[in-house]
Ligand binder design. Structure first.
Ligand code: UD1
Length: 376
């Protein structure tokens, strides 16, 4: 039996790992161990996702918590190394581009445990983003690189990664979305209404008349001037369209230190919400405004207009094929784009190839074949 050890740590890892764990679990040839680094630890940033996504309880929680990048990365490494030495997995799988991803990869590459990277090859070409450094380094260390779209293959080949290591499998995050969309629809509408007071604000017959916002990138929220400009603009937008903004802990802290006094009656600030709740909100939104990576992909799949408050994206297919538009950090542009969406027919996007709910299965196929070629 091949022993696979998965490492997850932060919110966006959970929806990527869930389908891979499930697909491997269907096959008798694998034994699996799950490590949670504890990078994200609040119940509404972690536990709620394990429950809603049906991820088994972690076998190990390293409880590293927050810190500077160096502290967090170093803590993960020193606490993870003994687990790897004891568990002796045949392959470690890491996901996405968070600090937990690169830290776990550094540990395994030095010990000689092969690494698979799920969501390999994405590049923003912006090395001021911590995630870009995490992506570049993890891909250099990985033995199996699973890409969501063909731009990922091109980036990796350009960086000198051997072609036989690269596998275009599609988007695992969309596996989770496809599986849980019916559940999100069925169970959470009333709850959402209570949460955000939607019917009060929008007229219950037209629950789709709101903008949904998520922002947490340091480049947007750590600079008080930028964050102030964003909030002022969201407030303007809320005059035309109620704005629902579930706030990431990082953003919440920054907002508290700003002490904004705006009249927020149509700008609804709420705590971070679960996967199903957020999916239901996305599906009904008139427009989504975000700086997240995964949400650019989810809106593309759902065909909902997305305005991304960043100068670049590592997910170019969401622009070339999907519904995404980069507005950068220009808040005038953000307001204009919202006005355009409200007045013109929407940009009709399409779904990129292999974003079909079967990426986890493809990864399981590759891992199985790889195991047969690398007997212990
Ligand atoms: C991390 C990822 C980012 C991802 C994001 C999704 C890195 C470098 N960044 O950013 O790519 O898009 O997760 O959420 O790995 N905090 C809490 N409770 C928690 C977690 C964090 O209060 O459960 C607060 C802490 O004050 C912490 C801050 O949020 O210092 C930032 O957390 P951190 O894990 O360092 O990075 P994120 O901004 O969450």
């Amino acid at each position: 039996m091949m022993h696979i050890l998965h490492v997850v740590g932060a919110r966006p890892n959970f929806m990527k790992a869930a389908p891979v764990i499930a697909a491997l679990g269907q096959r008798s040839s694998f034994r699996q161990t799950l490590v949670h680094t504890g990078q994200h630890y609040d119940a509404n940033m972690s536990d709620i996702f394990f429950g809603q996504l049906g991820i088994p309880k972690a076998d190990f929680n390293l409880e590293v918590g927050s810190g500077t990048h160096a502290q967090q990365t170093a803590q993960i490494m020193s606490r993870f190394e003994p687990v790897v030495l004891e568990q002796k997995p045949d392959l470690m799988l890491v996901y996405g581009d968070v600090n937990s991803t690169v830290a776990a990869a550094l540990v395994c590459t030095k010990i000689g445990v092969p690494i698979g990277h799920v969501e390999a090859g994405l590049r923003s070409f912006d090395r001021t983003m911590p995630e870009e450094i995490n992506r570049l380094l993890t891909d250099q260390m990985a033995d199996l690189l699973f890409t969501p779209s063909s731009d990922g293959n091109e980036n990796l080949l350009r960086e000198g990664i051997a072609e036989e290591k690269i596998h275009l499998v599609g988007n695992v995050m969309i596996d989770t979305l496809v599986r849980l969309l019916p559940k999100a629809n069925a169970t959470v509408l009333r709850e959402l209404d209570e949460l955000a007071g939607l019917t009060r604000l929008t007229d219950s017959s037209d629950i789709g008349s709101y903008a949904l916002v998520t922002l947490h990138r340091p480049s947007n929220v750590d600079d008080p001037d930028m964050l102030t400009r964003i909030i002022v603009t969201l407030h303007k937008i809320s005059q035309d369209l109620p704005v629902i903004f579930p706030i990431h802990p990082r953003t919440r802290q920054r907002l508290q230190s700003l002490k904004l006094e705006a009249d927020h009656s149509r700008l609804i600030l709420i705590d971070p919400i679960g996967y199903l709740q957020f999916l239901a909100l996305q599906q009904r939104a008139r427009v989504v405004i975000t700086d997240s990576g995964g949400i650019q992909e989810e809106t593309t799949f759902l065909g909902i207009p997305c305005l991304t408050v960043r100068e670049n994206t590592e997910r170019p297919v969401t622009i070339t094929i999907g519904t995404n538009v980069l507005v950068g950090q220009n808040m005038g542009r953000l307001k204009e784009e919202v006005d355009r969406i409200l007045s013109e027919p929407e940009k009709k996007g399409a779904v990129p190839p292999l974003w079909d709910g079967r990426a986890g299965e493809r990864i399981a196929d590759v891992v199985e074949g790889w195991g047969q070629g690398n007997p212990r």
